[in-house]
Design a protein around this ligand. Structure first.
Ligand SMILES: [Zn+2]
Length: 241
């Protein structure tokens, strides 16, 4: 990912997505004077990057997503979802993360964009697979035409899970993404997301995966596992109007 600092706010961008002027996207690290979990903080970020207000759904670690298309609108107070799918221009969306996988999917030709919050529960429920499928079914996007960005998330170096969670992943055929060290089990969440997207037709050359582990890189990211914090980083994206 590429980094840029703007008035004390450090953001990261997927290099691959920077080639598309119709797409705005950036990942706000913890190096910012603003609390991006608040409306005020989100508005300050929007002003700084010259975009309209950022809509952040109420995330619940589920597998529901919202679709914003022409003619559809939203009621911000009742938007419980962990992903947003849109081809409407001029709307900007945000996904809050601290260890969970922030995923961006973009089909340049059809102008369809999706932001996904994929924590371990959402991954087990298949939110990333469901969103890719919805792009296909609702907007006739071929997975082979979709570009993907898998952002900073907790890595297999740090994401330790208990026996019950490990069993869930094993039951789903994901044993290859579990590592055992010193009597503990660790899970590679980004690896699972990538493998699932490739299995459903995306191309490896179209995927950019951040190597950052949010728990290891304390100066750049918040980590719920490391700090038990309420603070979050914010992935923002939208189609320019
Ligand atoms: Zn780590």
């Amino acid at each position: 990912m590429l980094s840029e600092e703007r008035e004390g706010v450090l953001v990261l961008r997927f290099a691959r997505f920077c080639a598309f002027p119709q797409l705005e996207h950036f990942f706000v690290t913890r190096c910012t004077p603003y609390d991006v979990t608040t409306k005020e903080g989100q508005e300050a970020i929007a002003r700084l990057f010259g975009i309209t207000s950022i809509f952040v759904p109420h995330q619940v670690h589920g597998a529901s997503f919202l679709v914003f298309d022409e003619g559809l609108w939203y009621n911000a107070s009742c938007c419980v979802a962990d992903a947003v799918l849109t081809r409407k221009k001029g709307l900007y969306f945000g996904i809050l993360v601290a260890d969970c996988v922030p995923l961006l999917l973009f089909a340049p030709e059809s102008g369809v964009l999706a932001l996904v919050h994929a924590g371990w529960r959402g991954i087990v429920l298949g939110i990333h697979r469901r969103v890719l499928q919805a792009m296909q079914e609702r907007f006739s996007v071929k997975p082979s035409d979709v570009l993907g960005g898998v952002g900073p998330a907790i890595g297999p170096c740090c994401f330790k899970v208990g026996g019950e969670v490990a069993e869930i992943f094993i039951a789903q055929g994901k044993k290859a993404f579990l590592k055992w060290r010193e009597g503990s089990t660790f899970v590679d969440l980004k690896g699972i997301v990538v493998a699932d997207l490739l299995e459903r037709g995306m191309k490896a050359k179209n995927l950019e995966v951040s190597n950052f582990c949010t728990s290891c890189e304390e100066e750049l990211f918040y980590s719920f596992r490391r700090d038990r914090t309420e603070k979050r980083c914010l992935l923002v994206a939208g189609l320019r109007g």
